[in-house]
Design a protein around this ligand. Structure first.
Ligand code: NAD
Ligand code: WQD
Length: 362
């Protein structure tokens, strides 16, 4: 009750202990926002929040709560006066989602429903949602839609993508039910990479990394033998697929821009989608070379077969975000690789072997 009486207004950051969420919290605090982090730590650790406190010199309230736990989440709404929500919490591994789709639907969709119901009950009207370029599916079926604009028809091709698509629909329908009230920003991220330049926070995947940059970083620090390049027979400039890689700090700043946009529309509601990408595509080999340069290592690799479900090109048309949110990327793939390398060398085992545990392990 005390925190409500104190008059402070908080941004509720769901999934704030995770990769993108932790970088957004850093940016929010730097911009003068107070945050309360909710995370069940199913894919992260409290250490990231502790590091954020070190980085920002700021106390960051943390609640270990599962979004599907209505009573647990309601306590957070009762304790803190929440002004807006940035909703990162969700499961995100495409391959895993095809094996355990019910878990993905349950966690991502139910978690969002419970959150929205509590927002309605406590009159919290502003939400920024983490969607994904994966909602577009294989955009190469529309040759005139590369780079991809927000108007491109959506056609996700895996259960993870279906959860993002469904949540976008839920937000649109909820907005339409009372267009004076709800203010929703749907952000479709392309490929987030890199880490905070401080080296204090970064991506720390559990088990074998699914994504290109974390995998390469683990090879470079000696945790894995070599990188497997999933196919070099695509019709691109060097045979490997093209993606729009975006520095996670730029991405985090996009959330501040979206929050400010929602605040500027204080009289009426809105629900709108924005791509967050750079507009520039890079091939796997181009990223590989950038990371070899940044780490000053010749990373061993082997070309293997294509990975099921991969598409040839996913590049954003980022004009809408630039025009409306006044946001664009500022950091290129080279900077992202340098910042990732700093994070990887200073934390070769991620958040695991730091603090107490490291002392006992040594
Ligand atoms: P992440 O796994 O590092 O962060 C997600 C966080 O949510 C984790 O800390 C996890 O513990 C938490 N979480 C999951 N389910 C929860 C639940 N039911 N209750 C409470 N906490 C829960 O992933 P990330 O890369 O930081 O992604 C953040 C968001 O952005 C996700 O919604 C993801 O789908 C989306 N996204 C990510 C990418 C990417 O490539 N990383 C791209 C597009 C979109
Ligand atoms: C990038 C490129 C691989 C690993 C995924 C999700 C997407 C979004 C972002 C959440 C591809 C190649 C990769 C490796 C490789 N996430 N690769 N060897 O698949 O573009 O996007 O993350 O919303 O929904 O699908 O990212 O980093 O896995 O792959 O050759 O060990 O690197 O084939 O061309 P992807 P990625």
């Amino acid at each position: 009750a005390e925190k409500r009486i104190s008059g402070k207004k908080y941004v509720l950051v769901t999934g704030g202990a995770g990769y993108i969420g932790s970088h957004a919290v850093a940016e929010l605090i730097e911009n003068g926002y107070e945050c309360v982090v909710v995370d069940n730590l199913c894919n992260s650790s409290y250490e990231s929040v502790a590091r954020l406190e070190l980085l920002t010199k700021h106390y960051i309230p943390f609640c270990k709560v599962d979004l599907c736990d209505r009573e647990g989440l309601e306590k957070v709404f009762q304790e803190y006066k929440i002004d807006s929500v940035i909703h990162f919490a969700g499961l995100k591994a495409v391959g895993e989602s095809t094996k355990i789709p019910l878990t993905y639907f349950h966690n991502n969709i139910l978690g969002t429903l419970v959150l929205l119901e509590l927002m309605e009950k406590y009159h919290v009207e502003k939400l920024v949602f983490s969607s994904s370029a994966t909602v577009y599916g294989d955009a190469t079926r529309f040759p005139n839609m590369i780079p991809i604009p927000e108007e491109c028809p959506l056609d996700p091709t895996n259960p993870y993508g279906h959860t993002k698509f469904t949540i976008e629909k839920i937000l649109q329908d909820l907005y339409a039910s009372n267009t004076n009230i709800w203010k929703f920003a749907i952000l479709r991220y392309f490929n987030p990479i890199g880490a905070h330049p401080s080296g204090l926070i970064g991506e720390d995947p559990l088990g074998i990394p699914n994504n290109l940059l974390p995998y390469m970083a683990q090879v470079a620090v000696g945790r894995r033998e070599k990188l497997y390049v999933f196919g070099d027979d695509y019709e691109t400039r060097d045979g490997t697929p093209i993606r729009d890689y975006i520095h996670v700090v730029d991405l985090a700043k996009g959330h501040i821009a979206a929050l400010k946009y929602l605040d500027a529309h204080s009289t009426d509601g809105l629900c709108r989608e924005w791509n967050l990408g750079s507009g520039t595509g890079s091939t796997v080999f181009e990223v590989y070379r950038a990371f070899c340069n940044a780490s000053n290592k010749k990373i061993p690799y082997e070309v293997t077969g294509r990975r099921a479900g991969d598409v040839i090109n996913l590049t954003a048309k980022p004009d809408r975000a630039q025009r409306e949110l006044k946001w664009k990327t500022e950091l290129d793939v080279g900077v992202a690789c340098s910042d990732l390398w700093k994070w990887a060398t200073e934390n070769p085992f991620g958040y695991q072997l730091n603090g107490q545990k490291a002392v006992f392990a040594a």
